[in-house]
Structures are given as C-alpha cells and as structure tokens.
Design a protein around this ligand. Structure first.
Ligand SMILES: C[S@@+](CC[C@H](N)C(=O)[O-])C[C@H]1O[C@@H](n2cnc3c(N)ncnc32)[C@H](O)[C@@H]1O
Length: 362
C-alpha cells in the first residue's frame, strides 16, 4: 500500500449493536428482504458471468468480502447465498473434484459491534471468517486478493457531510433542514459532489484489490434516472427534522445545533454510478437496474416497524451530534406521530428505490 493509499479517514456511525430492542440485529428485516430479492440476481450473475475456472486456476481459495456488513444476521445470509452460488458454479464448470475453500472477510468501521458479529457466526459454516475493520473508501485488502465483493445498503453512507453545508456564507448552507430531498439545488449538488469523490475512492481501491475476472455486486438505496432528487421520498427524515424544530421551539434543542446537522447519505441514480464506473475504467458493467424490493416483501410495512428500523440505523449519527437524551426524546415523539406518518408512508414508498449493479474486473 503506497502512502497515497493510506487508510481512509471516514466518519463512522455504526448501526445499533447488540441484540436488544433497538438493535440492528432486531430491526433490519427490510434490508434482509432486499438482499433476499438480490439473491436471484447474484445467482444469475455468478452462473452467467463469472469464469470460476480461471479464478481458481492459481489458487484453491476463493476470497469473498462483505463491505459494510454490520452485525448480522443479514450478512451471514448473504454470504451463504454467495457461497452456494459459487459452489454451484464450480460444480457446473466441471470442477467437481476441486471445490475450493472459502474465506469470507466481514468489513465494517472499527466501531461496528464486531463482538456481536463474531459471537453469532453461524455454526457449521463452510468458510473461514475474518473481520476487517476500516472504511471501504480506502484500501482494505492486498492487491489482487479478492474474487467476489458484495455490499448491501452501505454505499449510500458518505465518508463525511459535505463541508459547504456547514458554511453560513455558502449557498449550500442547509439551515433548518437535515437532508437534501427537500432542500435547495445547491445543497443537493454538494451531496452529489461528495458522493462522486467517495465513489471514485471506492472504485480505485476495489480496482486494486479485486483480481482480473473477479466480480462485485452492490445493492444500495438509489434514485431512478428519470426522477428529480426533490421527488425522492425523504419522508421520515423530514419528520425527524420537523420534530427537532419543534424541540427548538420548546427550547429543548438549540437552533444552531439543527442547522449544523446533516445526514451523511446520498442515493445516486444508475446514470451517476455508470458514469463513475466508466471513468474509472477498470470494470465492465454487467448489470445495472433499479428495483423495488418492497414488491417481494413478506414483513408488514407499517409505520412502527419502519420507525424502529430507522432508529436502529440512524441513532448513532444523531447521538454523536445531539446526545442520547435528545435522540431518545426525538424518536419517542416520532413514534407518537406514527398514525399521521403511516397515511403518507404507503404512497411514498411505492417506488423503485434501490439500485442494484454487478461489475466485473477487466
Ligand atoms: C444499513 S447497514 C447494512 C448492513 C448489512 N450490509 C445489511 O445489508 O443488512 C450499513 C453498514 O455500512 C457500514 N458503513 C458505512 N460506511 C462505511 C464505510 N465507509 N466503510 C465501512 N463500512 C461502512 C455501517 O457502519 C453499517 O454497518
């Protein structure tokens, strides 16, 4: 690793750890069902596009990484799916006598609850497991050491909030708002520019780490090419923003605290991603599409469940800025408004809001 490629400095906001009421483990069914939906696509990508024979011609180990794995069980289910698809491909390519060994790397920020992850690793798993702490916006693995990379619902997290958003003299100062869907064009552009920088770093790092012919499958929140950012639902985030403003009016939170808070996440369109992949030049795009995982979901999609999911994901980022008491109070207030919220939820989430893409290293 050269000096230029030194470990990336990225803000980290881990999901709620452990397995308690507000944990990610107990509140991540929507993400799990999204990746179950992606299973069919992973199976297809591996079956049709991966030349496993040449991948294992020089090594008897296939190395797989899940980037932004959090605490499970979703990552274990996803890794099992990938492993089964790879195994099937080995057998179908006439390598029955030579099914390789599998090494799975679980990556997330160092502040992720790796203890819970390791303690809940599936018994009887048919892979070697290792944790890799650090930001996926920098190098994490040695050169040409990975054969298959997976990332689900993680790459929308930016490495940091765009700096202009915090500058009172900038047109992109996001006063009174905490996200971009309901904000000005300047704010949205600052978010898009930060995503561009981060995604370039992500692709550069993976281009070094993935072997020629290796594959990367990504699933993340996105926005259809034909939809303007302001039409994307930021409904619950708006609810949180307005709840915080109510608390400002009651003197519980300082206005400056809300003005200086922004959620470091961005939902790109397939077009934006394709442009960056093409500029990088090291990968071919094997598939790129928007999907609506909700159409295949079995779990109830109600306001309460949705709020619990959002809390498991967002509590860390809010707590870092406002402190845990304010965050507890904010989510209590939002829960009380859930009847109001659920009327809008059905309508707004009936849209294709996930982007799925498969890249192959040239
Ligand atoms: C919503 S969770 C998704 C977990 C799991 N992949 C799933 O599908 O359920 C997003 C995860 O990405 C991680 N993450 C965000 N930015 C990251 C970065 N730059 N490097 C590594 N992990 C990151 C977060 O810490 C979090 O655990």
């Amino acid at each position: 690793m050269s000096n230029k490629e030194a470990v990336a400095m990225t803000e980290s906001y881990p999901m709620n750890g452990g397995d308690g009421t507000y944990s990610y483990t107990s509140n991540s069914t929507y993400q799990r069902e999204s990746s179950l939906y992606a299973k069919e696509m992973i199976d297809e990508a591996i079956a049709k596009k991966l030349d496993i024979k040449s991948l294992i011609s020089n090594s008897n180990t296939l190395c797989i990484a899940d980037l932004g794995c959090s605490v499970g069980p979703n990552t274990f289910i996803a890794m099992q799916n990938v492993l089964e698809a790879l195994e099937k491909k080995c057998l179908s390519q006439g390598n029955g006598s030579k099914v390789p060994e599998f090494q799975v790397f679980f990556n997330d920020h160092a502040s992720n609850d790796f203890n819970t992850l390791f303690a809940s690793l599936p018994h009887g798993r048919q892979y070697f497991a290792a944790g890799v702490p650090g930001s996926f916006y920098g190098r994490l693995f040695p050169e040409s050491s990975l054969h298959f990379v997976y990332s689900s619902t993680a790459l929308h997290w930016l490495s940091k909030v765009p700096e202009e958003l915090l500058d009172k003299n900038s047109q992109a100062w996001n006063k009174g708002r905490i996200f971009y869907p309901s904000a000005s064009e300047e704010v949205a552009n600052a978010y898009a520019a930060q995503f561009t920088k981060d995604m370039k770093n992500f692709l550069n790092a993976r281009a070094k780490e993935i072997v020629a012919g290796g594959m990367m499958v990504v699933l993340m929140p996105g926005l259809s090419d034909d939809i303007h950012y302001s039409q994307r639902s930021g409904l619950l985030i708006d609810f949180i923003g307005s709840t915080l403003m109510d608390m400002v009016n009651e003197g519980l939170v300082r206005e400056a605290q809300v003005d200086s808070f922004n959620i470091p996440a961005y939902c790109p369109s397939p077009k934006e991603i394709s442009r960056l992949v093409e500029e990088n030049g090291c990968f071919s795009i094997e598939r790129m599409q928007m999907m609506d995982p909700r159409s295949k979901m079995h779990s109830p999609f109600d306001a309460h469940t949705f709020i619990m999911h959002l809390r498991a994901v967002m509590e860390g980022v809010f707590t870092k800025h406002f402190g845990s008491e304010i965050v507890g109070e904010t989510f209590e207030r939002i829960s009380k408004k859930s009847a109001e919220f659920s009327c809008l939820l059905d309508k707004s989430y009936n849209e294709r809001n996930q982007v799925y893409f498969v890249l192959k290293h040239k």
